[in-house]
Design a protein around this ligand. Structure first.
Ligand code: NAP
Length: 295
């Protein structure tokens, strides 16, 4: 492979260092930050991700509280737990873990998450704000793709970007984040007649289909940038992405792999949202001024 590897680790480490310093300052002021994670599943990958979030929170000094409602939780119970967290002024971020119990849906329950604490952009109203270009929390995985590209100085304005996948959680919000950054976007999905043609004409390809090895060397243009978002498990139980990394790496100029890519950035962004709150109109997120300080 000759492609430059766009690792998520330094991106996450830089975010973590800034967050740790700012949370220390907030804690000195007596302004503690808390992320509440609501789960209603026994899914082991969800449990493992919750542990990852708890570890990250512990490293930067943010309290992570898990409300584990169990897999039999009703929609009403989940909704009222989310609403209670929204009304609690000691809570700054709220996440609802998937999968959800049968008969309940993220698009429905997400509406119970207060917009200002919706750190993973699960409330449809957060998506509406994203479409309108208003300050909002975008789903963290979609935002992580843009953060990673920014970190490595890969410009988006005027560039041709193909996104493979159009889910509400990743593909669609990403398309809008890219449009808001003046990219020219192509949305590819399972009904796209010629996927390779759609992605080969792009300078940046983002694979978010959840299909192991879907993107091969014939799908990418020489010199392009490829970001893998897919998380799949192969027959040996190893985590693999949607991109055939070794083969694609001989054609692309740069590649963000799985594992080691956007995943760690996603976690850091959930905490950035929890610590700083909604972005300003300019899109920046920063430490709020101390109470009583000149603004
Ligand atoms: P999803 O809801 O299953 O959506 C998959 C999308 O990919 C759909 O739009 C689907 O098209 C499209 N697709 C499926 N097969 C395709 C094919 N053969 N060719 C072209 N498009 C195809 O999945 P998701 O929630 O968006 O997640 C996508 C991937 O990202 C998954 O692997 C997930 O595990 C991963 N993910 C990673 C992170 C992270 O932090 N790294 C976070 C969230 C998700 P249709 O719309 O036509 O069905």
């Amino acid at each position: 492979m000759s492609a430059r590897i766009l690792s998520g680790r330094p991106v996450a480490a830089a975010l973590q260092a800034r967050l740790a310093a700012d949370v220390e300052e907030l804690n000195r002021r007596g302004e503690h930050r808390q992320l509440v994670i609501v789960t209603a599943t026994e899914d082991p990958s969800s449990a493992s991700y919750v542990r990852t979030l708890q570890r990250f929170g512990a490293k930067i000094g943010v309290t992570v509280t898990v409300a584990d409602l169990g897999p039999a939780a009703s929609a009403d119970r989940i909704r009222s737990t989310l609403q209670a967290a929204g009304a609690n002024e000691d809570v700054h971020g709220i996440m609802l873990q998937t999968p959800l119990p049968e008969g309940t849906a993220l698009a429905d329950l997400g509406g119970a998450i207060a917009i200002g604490k919706d750190v993973d952009g699960a409330n449809p109203a957060s998506l509406a704000r994203l479409l309108a270009g208003d300050p909002c929390f975008a789903p963290a995985t979609a935002a992580a793709v843009v953060e990673l590209l920014d970190h490595y100085g890969i410009g988006l304005a005027g560039r041709q970007v193909a996104v493979v996948g159009r889910s509400l959680v990743v593909g669609k919000p990403l398309l809008h984040l890219l449009l808001n950054r003046d990219a020219t976007v192509t949305a590819a999905h399972s009904k796209t007649a010629d996927l390779a043609a759609a992605t080969r004409s792009a300078e940046v390809v983002v694979a978010a289909a959840g299909r192991a090895g879907l993107i091969g060397p014939a799908h990418v243009a020489p010199g392009s940038v490829v970001i893998d978002v897919g998380t799949n498990f192969d027959t040996a139980g190893e985590l693999v992405g949607d991109v055939q990394a070794d083969a694609v790496g001989t054609v692309a100029a740069a590649l963000s792999p799985v594992p080691g890519g956007v995943g760690a950035v996603t976690t850091a962004l959930l905490f950035r949202n929890t610590v700083y709150g909604l972005p300003h109109a300019s899109g920046t997120q920063a430490l709020p001024a101390a109470a009583g300080a000149a603004r």
